[in-house]
Design a protein around this ligand. Structure first.
Ligand SMILES: Nc1nc2c(c(=O)[nH]1)N[C@H]1C(S)=C(S)[C@@H](COP(=O)(O)O)O[C@H]1N2
Ligand SMILES: [Mo]
Length: 404
């Protein structure tokens, strides 16, 4: 039997006691999300992404798919799974929950290792549900160039590498305690089951990134449901991490194993990528953990709006640092600001929809601005501090429209 932790063995026994194995496995089988079959090269398909990517909702960027931010206007506080951006280093592995297991190993566990948890054993633990955004560290990256004239490397996301969902799963803290985490453990390193990431002829191994034990024990979830359904293949089926308020790379998809260590860990995803380099940073770079704050109109760039009528402009604001306090808008390039109306009650970890009426009288090009401030006093600056890989864009977005 591959089960080496006593609590895990107990939950297996509970699973067996709950009914015939066949029905438990039947339950697992139906946990698989709908799979449309082999991925065709359709208009709007991306190599390695399973779900449909209708061009009206997505822009394909290499192995990734960016949601069209302006189309969030017809969604609510949660982003439907079929409208959620996909960021894949390689391609989506189609895994089977019935033969998946999570392995914990390393010197930060006392007792016999490795420790395994099957999908059924995780589903058998007490569950938690919470709303959280997943936002790529590079969301808004292209604006470093288009707004600030600064070069950056990486996927040229506009603003759609973000989504909010209701995640259900088990606390990573419960799993770590059950596996016997030692008091002197300092770092974890969760790793995905997708193919190793090869770039510039170098095999960097499977996607993995260190996660401090303090964060892991705080609010991290091993998620198996997204918006009330089993995780879709592209979003990490059967189990992914959700690391609330941290950059997207922390939320490892298709989780396979977690190293638990009494010494600090590194990976290229913490030393080379997802690290801030540039003239504002020390030569060895600065680490990144939390996301930042943003706001933007739900309008295409270059949208045309009719003169001499009142438009209800809508948008969203979010901050990984504290609940949103306010949003202000300007339609004269920042000379005057007025408050937008918040549609949602701000809560930590989610986004807030807002609206503002606008009555343009003259025709011609206009730059619309929005600026959010959170409860901790963070506010969007006029310029984001440049870093070579274009992470954490937080500046006021300059949104060009034409009044006709
Ligand atoms: N195993 C694995 N986990 C991963 C990634 C990946 O390529 N492989 N991409 C990361 C990055 S960079 C981001 S932004 C989020 C994106 O999550 P999503 O595709 O569900 O939107 O997943 C993270 N987890
Ligand atoms: Mo990302």
């Amino acid at each position: 039997m591959p089960y080496s932790s006593a609590p895990a063995r107990r939950s297996l026994l509970k699973l067996l006691a709950a009914g015939p194995v066949a029905s438990a496995l039947g339950g697992l089988a139906t946990a698989a999300p709908a799979y449309a079959g082999p991925v065709d090269v359709l208009a709007g398909a991306a190599p390695g992404i399973v779900k449909a990517l209708p061009p009206e909702y997505f822009t394909v960027r290499g192995t990734n798919a960016e949601a069209r931010y302006e189309t969030f206007a017809d969604t609510g506080r949660l982003t439907p799974a079929d409208r959620f951006f996909v960021r894949n280093h390689t391609s989506t592995p189609v895994l089977d929950a019935a033969d998946w297991k999570l392995t914990l190993w390393g010197d930060g566990l006392h007792g016999r290792t490795p420790v395994h948890f099957t999908y059924g054993q995780l589903r058998d633990l007490p569950s938690v549900t919470r709303t959280a955004l997943v936002e790529c560290a590079g969301n808004g990256r292209s604006l470093y160039t288009t707004q600030q004239g600064e070069p950056v490397t990486g996927t040229p996301w506009t603003l759609g590498a973000v989504g909010a969902a209701r995640w259900r799963g088990v606390r990573l803290a419960d799993v770590l305690r059950s596996a016997g985490i030692a008091h002197d453990a300092v770092d974890l390193q969760p790793r995905g089951l997708d193919d190793p990431y090869v770039s510039g002829g170098v095999d960097h191994g499977r996607v993995r990134r260190p996660l401090p034990v303090a964060k892991a024990l705080d609010d991290v979830i091993l998620a198996y449901e997204m918006n009330g359904e089993p995780l879709p293949y592209d979003h990490g089926f059967p189990v992914r991490l959700i690391v609330p308020n941290w950059i997207g790379i922390a939320s490892i998809k298709w989780l396979g194993d977690i190293e638990v260590s009494t010494k600090p860990l590194t990976s290229p995803w913490s030393t080379t990528w997802y690290r801030l380099f540039g003239s504002a940073y020390p030569a060895e770079g600065a680490p990144v953990d939390f996301q930042t704050l943003k706001s933007a109109y739900e309008l295409p760039f270059g949208a045309t709006l009719e003169a001499d009528r009142v438009h209800r402009l809508t948008g969203r604001a979010w901050s990984a640092l504290a609940p949103v306090r306010s949003v202000e808008v300007s339609s004269d390039g920042g000379a005057h600001w007025r408050p937008a109306r918040l549609v949602d009650r701000p809560r930590a970890g989610g986004w807030v929809r807002w609206d503002a009426p606008w009555h343009p009288r003259a025709t011609g090009p206009v730059t619309l601005l929005s600026r959010t401030t959170d409860e901790a006093g963070n506010t969007q600056p006029e310029r984001a501090v440049h870093n070579t890989q274009g992470y954490l864009f937080n500046a006021v977005v300059r949104h060009p429209v034409a009044v006709v």
